[in-house]
Design a protein around this ligand. Sequence first.
Ligand SMILES: [Zn+2]
Ligand SMILES: [Zn+2]
Length: 468
Amino acid sequence: MAIREGAWDCAYCGRKRNRGPHRHCAGCGVTRGRDVEFYLPEDAAEVTDAAGLAAATAGADWTCGSCAGDNRAGDGFCGNCGAPRDGGAARPVYDVPIADAGLPAGRPASGAARMGGRPPRFTPYTSNGVSRVASWTQERAAGPSVLTRLLCAVAACAVLALFLLPAVSSRAGSDSRSWSEVSQAGGFPEFAAPRTPPEPPDHDENYTVTAAHWERIRLVYGPVTRTREDWEGQVPAGARELSRSQQIHHYDKVQTGSRTRTRTHTERVQVGTERTSHTERVKTGTRRVKTGTRNLGNGYFQDVYKNEPVYGNKTVYSTKPRYENRTRTETYQEPVYEQQPRYRTKIRYEIDEVVEVRRETAAGAAPAEPRWPAVELRAGELRVANGPEAYMIDLIGESGARHTRAFESLAEWLDYRPGAACTARVTYTGRIRSLALAPVAPPATAPAPASAPAPVEAGAVDEPPRAE
Ligand SMILES: [Zn+2]
Ligand SMILES: [Zn+2]
């Protein structure tokens, strides 16, 4: 923390290098004032005496408000004119980086701004101030115009949307495809749901029954002899065995022996270790570096230091395992397999089965009532059963359309006699969706019971199975 004595130049008589602590010019005796800058000469000697060090560390000089002369920090009255200190400002204390040592460039701007009648040698504040004011004015000028432009753009969009929306939606009524194209291209997705055209409604039409016809089928069953084959144990009861033979049922995988084979293994084995090293940069200590000087404001300068880390290289050793591939050959026994057939007994046999051998059909139209066909069992036939039955009517509409309609039940069919009037719900494609009899007076005579089956031959009565 060496302290050295600075110097100052007299602006009045031009004398260079007055001693820093001196408050009067050695050439003309003029008082040192605030507009005088201190500097540190290259060859300035270090201050070592107690009085000098005390003066250096006493604090910055203050400037008299009356005569502008400098005074020691401890003085209460101006040594030049005798005025009390009373607010006389201290000279600035500031650091000068090492590159600019001795030059006033690092001096705070406020100190320079307070300098008196002489034009300042450096005026960063003034130039900065001007440019800052200028740029602030530009911002002020630019601010509202940007805002105005933004507002105009938003307003224009809103107006455009107001005009566009009704125009587009009025088009939507006449041409939905172009509307969906518009909405896909840009913008109003809530209106883009596709619409399927509604189906045209049904209509009622009056029909007249022109004919009512029926069909009934009876099925005749008889025995047939079939020849089949099955594995022993799976032959059905009642079968008559014809022959038996040994046949391959399945194959088993059986080990019949083994053979000796060799194979090689490659393994990664550790064969030792290897020593490696690398260099690391480590902090080995700190050193003090002079970074500049401090203008103490009283003609003295003090060196400024900082601590800086010092780095060095360090070699770090480590060991790691070393591997090699080792190959070894081994022998082993490999099993040998064979597919061996397994035989079982297969039986060929005859068996009698009852199947439908023929069918008889009866058909007719109202006023003939439905009946089952008469069947006589022939030789070898076993039985007869009622089969499918069908009940249909033909219709003609007032528009001339003709339909045939089938009924699920005989009772329903019986309601639709030829000549009966009915009302149909008809789809736009002409299909009859539902049919209802027009209200008419009930017929004078009830129809004969029709569900009674026709009499059948003795020994052949069965409940009618509807399905085959
Ligand atoms: Zn002078
Ligand atoms: Zn004074």
